[in-house]
Design a protein around this ligand. Structure first.
Ligand code: BT5
Length: 224
């Protein structure tokens, strides 16, 4: 494993994509700040100093979007170790009391997979809505290096499960910690807007609604 530490970068995911083919498996790009951090569909990701903005370059033997949910478990466990209870919102968010504390951006770049993780650690002011941070939840500041160490260990653990194809272990743990399942939801996918009750996920990490629809990617609104 190698960590490349940067001061300011446009986006760690973009940087990772550029160098991925020359990197070893499990290379991590870490930045103090991102000038144009990105979410899914090119949405802006606020990345001031004080957060953990990283991209992990992986060279998995196979690809499944379950990797995004698997990474969510690594963040969930990290937050728990630092005393913060969070929930997983399908497909890629971690919430505390319905406020976003972390977002995950999974991208493929030829044979490489880039997993971007944005975790709001010591942040108290930001230009977006409905967010929170470790500092705001616990009224404590955290050592970023310590949080990073714990996070890396957890990513390794869950990535190992993924490589060993222990899909049911991943999905079961995900389901136990999800705040999406059991709720009525609206899901915006690229071709259509769907609604129904979220009842399950399958071994690819797809969301299953009570009307039988299976969704591989989309934006979820929790109704109740
Ligand atoms: C995500 O997108 O949640 C994925 C975010 C991934 C960020 C990491 S940081 C390291 C790596 N390098 C990058 O350039 N990106 C990755 P999405 O589900 O599309 O959510 C984006 C939405 O979250 C925005 O439209 C805002 O509403 C909200 N948002 C923006 N910044 C936020 C923040 N720091 N904390 C919480 N919510 C935020």
């Amino acid at each position: 494993m190698k960590i490349i530490k940067l001061d300011t970068v446009e986006s760690t995911n973009e940087y990772a994509k550029k160098i991925a083919s020359k990197c070893e498996n499990f290379t991590i790009i870490l930045a103090k700040k991102q000038r144009s951090g990105r979410g899914r569909l090119n949405r802006k990701w606020e990345s001031p100093e004080g957060g953990l903005w990283i991209s992990v370059i992986l060279k998995p033997n196979f690809f499944s979007s379950l990797l995004s949910l698997d990474t969510g478990l690594a963040v969930l466990k990290t937050l728990k170790i630092f005393g913060i209870d969070s929930k997983l919102k399908w497909p890629n968010d971690l919430l505390v009391s319905e406020k976003k504390i972390c977002g995950i951006l999974l991208e493929k770049s030829s044979e490489n997979v880039i997993i971007g993780i944005g975790l709001n650690v010591n942040i108290s002011k930001m230009n977006t809505e409905n967010w929170t941070s470790m500092l705001m939840e616990s009224k404590k500041r955290f050592n970023l290096e310590e949080v990073l160490d714990v996070l890396i260990n957890n990513i390794k653990h869950y990535y190992n499960l993924y490589e060993k194809k222990e899909f049911s272990k991943i999905t079961e743990e995900w389901k136990q910690n999800s705040c999406t399942l059991g709720k009525n939801v609206i899901v915006e996918t690229i071709p259509e807007t769907l609604s129904g009750k979220a009842i399950d996920i399958d071994e690819n990490g797809f969301l299953i609604l009570d009307n039988g629809k299976k969704i591989n990617a989309g934006d979820v609104v929790h109704l109740r």
